[in-house]
Design a protein around this ligand. Structure first.
Ligand SMILES: O=C(O)CCC(=O)C(=O)O
Ligand SMILES: [Fe+2]
Length: 165
């Protein structure tokens, strides 16, 4: 679906100035506090392929609401499951809530490829992923509808809730 000529995939470059860029630390202090560079959210598309420079900042939210830092590795890709893949796997794969903090002194740079389906393709769940113990979680929708719904919400809101059966 994301290789379809009509796919709505996109590429984003992020650049987070260091916190000290806005508020230099007083001379007697070596560090400055970090700030939110990109607020918490899940990526709405199917899959995200993310690469960054060697400056940390990405955090993922695990059970219990704990934020876990992702070690920066400029030679590796970080793959995030997005909301659409969560719906297409009937909740087997979960889209990951994440955020990016700024570094005290260095620029964080990241680039992300968001694999999305064509706007009018209906997103279906393989029948073997729907069982009496695991009934269908979300009503059928297409990406155009999902995108429209997400624009009506705030970044951190849980959009899939709107599509629960
Ligand atoms: O810069 C990062 O590591 C996160 C970027 C991100 O979550 C996004 O572009 O959706
Ligand atoms: Fe993201």
């Amino acid at each position: 679906m994301i290789r379809d000529v009509d796919s709505d995939s996109m590429f984003r470059l992020n650049r987070y100035p260091p916190s000290s860029f806005h508020t230099p630390p007083p001379p007697h202090r070596a560090t400055t506090t970090t700030e939110i560079g990109f607020g918490e959210h899940t990526d709405p598309q199917m899959l995200t392929i993310l690469r960054s420079n060697d400056v940390g900042g990405l955090q993922i939210c695990v059970a219990g609401g704990t934020w876990v830092p992702v070690t920066p590795d400029p030679t590796a890709f970080c793959i995030n499951v997005g909301d659409v893949l969560q719906a297409m796997t009937n909740g087997r794969f979960m889209s990951v809530r994440h955020r990016a903090l700024t570094n005290g002194f260095k620029y964080r740079m990241s680039m992300a490829y968001f694999g999305a389906p064509p706007p009018h393709a209906w997103l279906s769940v393989p029948p073997e992923l729907v069982t009496p113990h695991r009934p269908l979680l979300y009503r059928p929708f297409n990406w155009a509808e999902y995108k429209k719904a997400s624009y009506s919400l705030r970044l951190g809101d849980s959009r899939l809730q709107l599509f629960l059966k």
